[in-house]
Design a protein around this ligand. Structure first.
Ligand SMILES: *Cc1c(COP(=O)(O)O)cnc(C)c1O
Length: 334
């Protein structure tokens, strides 16, 4: 299958599976899993944070961050399009009694600081207590520039807030900016990182923060059913992903640009050429029966989500030849 639906669809390689097979394990709830411990220690070094926590998913890592930063009755400010507001089932409110305060994202994915400042609640019993600003990078495939992140740090310092990064695809941002990951993560009090997207691990995310924050998150992880026992087989895949699958992310970005060019040359498709990482967004003329095409291409082993605004994602299981195959199949149907 050639699968453009998401970078979550990547499958573990033979080498990754071998590493998983041989990973030393123990009971992680007792702190005994060597592979989990090794991954968490490695992540502290790699991201330059005091502590790290291996989590079952990005959703869990974000929720734990929100629940560790905020108490019941607190609020976090985030973008209207933020994954940890829009796409995580309202977990912070449902499970954390934490109120989201979403603000419309600009087209480039940023949130204007004037709007954030206006949304911060005064200390008054009518209001929830504003505790945290949560940003996302990349967001919808777009990279927030380092300058914006630096401004965000200054902003939260001024307003006495904490700063969280949903860095599910922070390595894609780093690859595009041609900087080290720490040039992005250094501005934040906590960061979540997905190992199971472009990095190619089958499962897992990391949460990074201070020791105090991660101790709190670790408690909540157990409460939420995320104490995973012999999780080392999965953690080993995560470590392999961090060690082997980062440098190649720029290939995915080059492939996305190639796909964007090819798609924009097809009649009836309008492609957002401003997207620079591993996602291609496109709209199409109403005469194009996208559901029908998706169904037909599925029969040819090509998968994509037929929504009104198409999102095609490149990743380590998509080659340039796959893109040519897709474009040829697509053009045969329009
Ligand atoms: C995928 C994603 C998550 C959640 O990760 P899961 O592992 O799917 O729960 C969080 N934030 C962003 C920006 C994502 O793209």
């Amino acid at each position: 299958m050639i699968d453009f639906r998401s970078d979550t669809v990547t499958k573990p390689s033979k080498k990754m599976r071998d590493i998983m097979h041989n990973a030393p394990v123990g009971d992680d709830v007792y702190g005994d899993d060597e592979s989990v411990n090794q991954l968490e220690a490695y992540a502290c070094e790699r991201f330059n944070f005091e502590a790290a926590l291996y989590c079952s998913s990005g959703t869990q890592a974000n929720l734990l961050a929100l629940m560790a930063h905020c108490e019941r009755g607190d609020e976090y400010i985030c973008g209207q399009n933020a994954h940890n507001y829009k796409f995580e089932g309202g977990g912070a409110a449902v499970l954390g009694s934490v109120q989201p305060q979403p603000i419309e994202n600009e087209a480039d994915g940023s949130i204007p600081f004037s709007k954030i400042a206006a949304a911060i609640k005064p200390d008054d019993c009518h209001f929830a207590k504003t505790r945290l600003l949560s940003l996302e990078n990349t967001i919808g495939g777009k990279v927030l520039p380092l300058e914006y992140l630096a401004q965000a740090r200054n902003f939260v310092n001024t307003h006495n807030l904490a700063l969280h990064l949903d860095g599910a695809r922070a390595f894609n941002a780093a690859a595009e900016l041609k900087v080290d990951i720490t040039d992005i993560t250094k501005y934040f009090d906590s960061v979540s990182i997905c190992l199971s997207k472009g990095l190619g691990a089958p499962v897992g995310s990391l949460l990074l923060g201070s020791q105090t924050l991660i101790d709190k998150a670790r408690r909540w992880r157990k409460v939420l059913g995320g104490g995973m026992r012999q999780a080392g087989m999965l953690a080993a895949a995560g470590q392999y992903a961090l060690e082997h699958n980062i440098n190649r992310l720029s290939d995915d970005h080059a492939n996305a640009r190639y796909l964007a060019q090819k798609l924009s040359a097809l009649s009836g498709f309008t492609v957002d050429m401003s997207n620079t990482t591993n996602m291609v967004y496109a709209t199409f003329e109403s005469s194009i029966n996208i559901e029908g095409i998706a169904e037909a291409l599925k029969g040819q082993g090509i998968l994509f989500s037929p929504s009104k605004q198409l999102r095609l994602v490149t990743h380590l299981d998509i080659t340039r030849e796959n893109i040519d195959t897709f474009i040829n199949a697509l053009s045969a149907h329009i």
